[in-house]
Design a protein around this ligand. Structure first.
Ligand code: NAD
Length: 483
């Protein structure tokens, strides 16, 4: 007799109550799902990209019909933020974008012609999808960060086995109601639930991995993939800096920094986590920032009404508190916020501006992942660039200067994949346009954004045809004989 599935309680970030449960997928269940996906993937790939586009277009219709419900589920998972409520529509944009871009991405990979190094040999390309892509995703932006990889993998012809975060599983359940409405898709797109060991089981079964999450887990995932000799793409954390120069428009800079640092309660991989301001305008900038920060409202009463919500993952509040305490113990000053507040069971933190910080402090070194804005004064541009680059991470960076050219000159010297000039938080502008690599601990593998990101799910083959005479080994002479 099959034993009852082990269940895991899921906390509601607004109430602190465990009001949901998910099964912990067993090792056998993960293996069985992977075996079914592997079997079904052959027909999916054989359909060709045009055939898959037809199926994905029907899925787009199903998502459209339930876009609002998907957003509501995401908001329950995260505690509610503006992006949560529009997740259904973001998913539609993701599918719709690949409907336009995938055929061209395949066409760009096709090549046929004569070899330049062996002119009688014809070279023809073939691309073959990795049969199963494993996607392991985090609790922040839980739907978007699962689908940024899963959707292009499906367009490429892979089957996808998804392991969402055990902290935020509800939105994936809502999404799969739409997947089940499209039978061809349901055969090649499935998910399993549970904590770490379920992610480990997924790695054992799949042919390539896309992981988004923390640096410590990313390292373990990379080692597990290396043991199996399968590729892995890692999207990890950040400690993203913003430089504000002495001739910047401070009003603009304070507005952009505030949003870039506290949006979604700072639980965004490319949140601004360090601000460097020229010493001549430091005090004026901090005063403006504090004034604006004072107008940021919690969504505690109505999840659709405030600017920032509770911490999605309760232990994150303790990490953020430890970073603030460490900074204060080393001499930092808390200008606004600073104390986690329990409102109806949800854990909230007001935008927390700190001054008098330095690079010995955790808050300037480790990922904080909360609405904290440590501000440090610098005296010249070289120092600002040195401080911005004094990090293990390199996801994004922002520069707000007197004009765009000055900002660009500084941005060119910062070690990060996305550089935002005269604003913050411009990552969305890269979508469908141009991918970038992460530096340091922020990532590993190929870009996940841009049309070429489809290649992560495809292996390239070359078919080499000899059109001339074959070589005869008996005509191979020793070099000394030829002389
Ligand atoms: P996490 O590393 O704790 O967990 C991520 C996922 O990995 C979860 O699904 C988890 O169950 C699973 N997992 C845990 N141990 C595993 C193991 N040994 N093998 C396989 N899977 C395992 O990350 P989190 O706390 O959920 O997410 C927050 C982190 O994600 C932050 O560091 C944030 O910066 C990062 N992040 C990065 C990006 C990016 O694009 N660079 C985007 C969003 C979030």
């Amino acid at each position: 007799m099959a034993s009852a599935a082990e269940m895991l309680e899921v906390r509601n970030p607004r109430t602190g109550e465990a009001d949901h449960r998910i099964p912990v997928s067993s090792r056998e269940e993960v293996a069985a799902k992977a075996a079914a996906l592997r079997e079904n993937q052959r027909a999916w790939e054989a359909m060709g990209v045009e055939g898959r586009c037809g199926v994905m277009a029907r899925w787009l219709g199903a998502v459209k019909a339930r876009a609002a419900d998907i957003g509501e589920a995401d908001a329950v998972d995260t505690g509610g933020c503006h992006t949560s409520y529009i997740q259904g529509f973001i998913t539609m944009g993701n599918i719709g974008g690949w409907l336009e871009d995938a055929p061209k991405a395949f066409a760009d990979l096709a090549w046929k012609g004569m070899s330049t190094s062996m002119p009688t040999v014809e070279v023809e390309s073939q691309v073959v999808a990795y049969p199963i892509t494993g996607v392991i995703s985090p609790w922040n932006a839980p739907l978007m960060l699962a689908l940024l990889d899963a959707i292009p993998a499906l367009f490429a012809g892979s089957a996808v086995l998804l392991k969402p975060s055990e902290v935020t599983p509800r939105v994936i359940e809502a999404l799969f109601e739409t997947v089940r409405e499209v039978p061809e898709l349901a055969k090649v797109f499935d998910y399993v639930t549970g904590p770490s060991q379920v992610g480990q089981a997924v790695i054992e079964e799949v042919d390539t991995i896309c992981f988004t999450g923390s640096v410590p887990t990313g390292r373990k995932v990379a080692v597990a993939c290396a043991e199996r000799l399968i590729p892995c793409n890692l999207e990890l954390g950040g400690k993203d800096p913003c430089i504000v120069t002495e001739n910047a428009d401070l009003e603009r800079a304070a507005t952009a920094v505030l949003r870039g640092a506290v949006y979604a309660t700072g639980q965004v991989c490319y949140s601004i986590e360090r601000v460097y301001v020229h010493e001549s305008v430091h005090d004026q900038f901090v005063a403006l920032l504090a004034e604006k920060a004072g107008e940021v409202r919690f969504n505690a009463e109505n999840p659709k009404a405030g600017h920032i919500g509770p911490f999605t993952f309760a232990p994150q509040a303790a990490i953020v508190t430890a970073h603030i305490a460490d900074a204060v113990a080393q001499g930092a000053t808390v200008v606004t916020g600073g104390e986690v507040e329990n409102i109806g069971g949800g854990l909230y933190l007001r935008p927390t501006i700190l001054t008098g910080v330095n690079h010995d402090m955790l808050i300037m070194q480790d990922e904080t992942f909360g609405p904290c804005i440590p501000v440090m004064a610098y005296s010249d541009t070289e120092e600002a660039i040195r401080l911005a680059n004094d990090t293990h991470f390199g996801l994004t960076a922002s520069v707000i200067a007197g004009d765009a050219e000055e900002a660009k000159a500084i941005g060119r010297r910062i070690n990060a994949g996305g550089i935002f000039l005269q604003d913050t938080f411009l990552t969305f502008a890269k979508l469908r346009t141009f991918g970038s690599d992460s530096f340091g601990w922020s990532g590993y593998g190929s870009p996940r954004i841009g049309p070429e990101s489809l290649r992560r799910f495809l292996r390239r083959k070359s078919l080499l045809t000899q059109t001339g005479a074959v070589a005869d080994i008996r005509n191979d002479h020793h070099l000394d004989e030829e002389a």
